[in-house]
Structures are given as C-alpha cells and as structure tokens.
Design a protein around this ligand. Sequence first.
Ligand SMILES: [Zn+2]
Length: 267
Amino acid sequence: MRRERRASLGRSSSWTYMKPRKLDTALSHRSGRHHTITGGQFRGAIRLWLHRRERQTDRSGPSIFVDELPEFPRAALEALREPLETGRILISRAARQAEFPARFQLIAAMNPCPCGHLGNPLRACRCTPDQIARYQGRLSGPFLDRLDLLIEVPVIPPRELQDLAPGEPSAQVAERVAAARERAVARQGHANALLQAQDLAAHAALEPAAKALLERSAEKLGWSARSFHRVQRVARTVADLAGSPAIAAAHVAEAIQLRRGLPSHGG
Ligand SMILES: [Zn+2]
C-alpha cells in the first residue's frame, strides 16, 4: 500500500465505508468521505486504520460499515473473527509476529438473497433455494457468532410508509443511549460489550425467569456458549436502556429477537 493511501485512511472521519464492488479499483477511488476498497486490501487497511485510530477514540473504538457483506472474500471476513473477539489482531510475516490493537464496532449490511427480493411483499424473488443457501452460507457460523445484533429490515410498502407515525427523534434516542452507557460505565467501568464471560454473573445477572428463557432459547436455537453470552450482554444493555438494574425476562426476550435476522442462522 502506498504512503498516500495510508494517509488517506488516517484522515477519514470516525466512519469508514467499505464496498467490495469494482475489484480493480484502488483506495484512491473515493466519493465524499467514503472509501471504496477491494477485498484483498481489506485486512491490511483495517489494520493500518485501526492502529492510527486506537489512540484517538475510546475503548469501543471506531465504527466500520461494510456494505454487501457476503460479496467480500470469505478469508477476509474470517480474519475479522480474531479482532472482533479480542480487540487485537496478530499479524505474521515470515519469522516475525506483531500484535496490533484492533477494537472497533463492525456494522454490516447485506441482501437476503442474490436478487435482493426475498421476503419482499411487492416483488417476487427470482433465486432458487440453493442460490439463497449458497449466498447466506458465505457467512460462516463462527463469524456470525461474533456479531451482537442480527436484524432484518423488512420492505415497507410506500403506502404504509406514508401512514407511519413519526418516530422518536434521533437526538432523544441518543440521549437514552448515552444514559444507558453511563449506567454501564458507573457499574463496571466500561461498556457492556467489553464484559468478560467471568464478569457476567456479577454485572449481568439474570432474574430466574430471564435465565430460564435464555437457556430454553439457546437450546432450541442451538447457540454456542459465545452466542449465549452475547445475548446476555445485549440483555444487559436492553435493561440499561430501560433504566432497570435487574435483567428481567422481557429484556432477554428483546435481546433474543435482536439476534434472529438471518433465518438460516438463528444464532
Ligand atoms: Zn432472490
């Protein structure tokens, strides 16, 4: 990677936008504050960018938005598993190894199928079940295991869109989020996402009904221990958003719903 490309990554806003299309287009192709990046440059770019950003942001790190997630090479996505889990990335070159800080928030978008219309009430999906399975299967179970929220955003017909009541203003939501985060920091010194498994009992204890619900769901959906703990952390955040010191069954139920975005990957 040339020096000026490295510099352009360092100068970006707190968001980086990555798109897998145009595989021969280099990082220099940019529109506004966004970068278009090839799959092959993905890992190196993230490493360099995070290394620079780590010193400027809080412990949750910057946000990276990845569009058309299944279009990225599987090896590049699998390489994200380590930093997503540990907040660090180990790079091996010949006989040398170096570890870099790599704490970041990954936000990704994808279509439900190659044509994009699966589940759309207005347009028929043209894909075969096999094509849909192959497309969604590009994201491995272990990769999805490391994501906290998997949310389906359904198509809303234009007529219904016009009838929708105006939602809560973003500024108001931001206030609630900031208050919830303050609660988490006051309780354990950091955000809920950074809670280690051994600290969950102390800081994210579940009420008996909540525990029973989570255990039943984990069994039914075949969740790993990692998924189980992730849902528990999300339930802690749902309770914090509601201003509740205890985690009740309703908070766990909401956290479970926030993990069911991909039908073929219930967790
Ligand atoms: Zn389709």
